[in-house]
Design a protein around this ligand. Structure first.
Ligand SMILES: Cc1ncc(COP(=O)(O)O)c(C=O)c1O
Length: 380
């Protein structure tokens, strides 16, 4: 379908249902399907781990939004990552990962995949030379990026790193959770696979956990589809339906997330009790230029370092009212958290440990003046 983003979000994979004309894809809450004869399943549907029409609708829509050949929906972002690693890598292989990756992604590499023989090297993905230096020729199978990273909002140059990865015979994988496909489409810059925690902006309402892979290439996409079924961590029909419902408003939500985040970043930037504001939309951000090249706008995530140190950062989080103290991000409601003690606690003591004075905001789409007033009182 050759349409604009918002049209694809509402229509890709979501034609009115053939039998009744239902405008919204039904929730096919079934585990199995009647077959017309032995070996003759209707339209290929035989069992819902292998295929489910509600999940198919979501998968087709995700592929269209990312400009990829095949989309696949999983039970969570980490389930998607696990399926990708075990499809593409084997014992003895090596992966380059961001040195400030999401804590759960780091844990997957450090505590799970490494035991099975997959080596990894954390590298500063905002530094192209550092990524090139981390590659082990012949062994590196994946260069894995987040951009923006979680929680330090580092920006990686997708096009430059695609060239570095491809020169080494490796795949470029981009976790696009923080940007969403509305703000950034990594495949257009050379990525081979896009990863999402659809729990975040894609779903957008903090009511469903899910993950996705979108492959640029059909052959790799089919290998991933085989593993999705063989490993089994699929997205359930109701979860797929909720995620699709969220996707319909992704464009308008992202624009409001960005409007609000820009106002809040500007407010924090001038605040005496804030030592540093980290937001790719600020010209002071070291990745601002690259972000401008590859992102439509700069997203709804802001991190800042509290001038009073770790205990003060914790106090700010505890004092916030409208900003709900919670992990996760990307929903319509604003959230605040202390990464060092919450989302990234699993990285404590590792090279991926985050600063103790760091506060992370997921700026929602509420009335921005109310959000500013809440931050004012929380900063004290
Ligand atoms: C950037 C990023 N990638 C992956 C994940 C993992 O996704 P899930 O929690 O859906 O398993 C998260 C979760 O916070 C994340 O922030």
């Amino acid at each position: 379908m050759n349409h604009g983003f918002e049209t694809l979000a509402i229509h890709a994979g979501q034609d009115p249902e053939a039998r009744t004309g239902a405008v919204i894809p039904p929730i096919y809450q079934t585990s199995t399907y009647a077959q017309d004869a032995v070996g003759a399943p209707r339209q290929g549907y035989e069992y819902s781990r292998s295929g489910n029409p509600t999940r198919d609708a979501l998968q087709e829509c995700l592929a269209a939004l990312e400009g990829g050949a095949i989309g696949l929906a999983f039970a969570s972002g980490l389930a998607a990552e696990d399926a990708l690693l075990r499809t593409v890598c084997k014992p003895g292989d090596h992966v380059v990962i961001p040195d400030d990756a999401y804590g759960g992604t780091y844990r997957l590499f450090a505590k799970v995949a490494e035991r099975w023989g997959l080596a990894y090297t954390p590298a500063k993905v905002s530094d192209v030379d550092a990524v090139r230096a981390a590659i082990r020729p012949g062994a590196t199978r994946i260069v894995w990026l987040e951009t923006p990273t979680n929680p330090l909002l580092g920006i990686a140059d997708i096009a430059a790193l695609a060239a570095v990865a491809h020169d080494a015979g490796a795949l470029l994988v981009v976790d696009n959770t923080f940007a969403s496909p509305y703000l950034q489409q990594p495949i257009a810059f050379g990525a081979d696979v896009v990863v999402h925690s659809t729990t975040k902006y894609v779903g957008g309402h903090s009511d469903v956990v899910g993950g996705a892979l979108v492959a640029a290439d059909r052959t790799l996409g089919e290998e991933l589809r085989y593993h999705q079924n063989a490993m089994g961590a699929v997205n359930g029909p109701f979860d797929a339906w909720l995620t699709l419902r969220g996707i319909k408003t992704l464009g308008v939500r992202m624009d409001r997330h960005c409007d609000n985040a820009e106002r809040i970043a500007a407010y924090l930037d001038g605040h005496a009790k804030v030592a540093q504001v980290i937001y790719p939309g600020l010209p002071s951000h070291p990745g601002h230029e690259v972000a401008t090249k590859q992102m439509r706008r700069f997203g709804g995530m802001i991190s800042f370092r509290a001038a009073g140190g770790e205990e003060y950062a914790v106090e700010i989080c505890n004092r916030a009212k409208l900003f709900v103290l919670a992990e996760s991000l990307g929903g319509v409601e604003s959230l605040i958290e202390h990464p060092g003690r919450m989302t990234h606690a699993s990285a404590a003591g590792s090279p991926l440990e985050v600063p103790g004075d760091l506060v992370r905001l997921s700026v929602g789409i509420e009335t921005v003046d109310d959000l500013l007033a809440d931050l004012e009182q929380a900063l004290g």
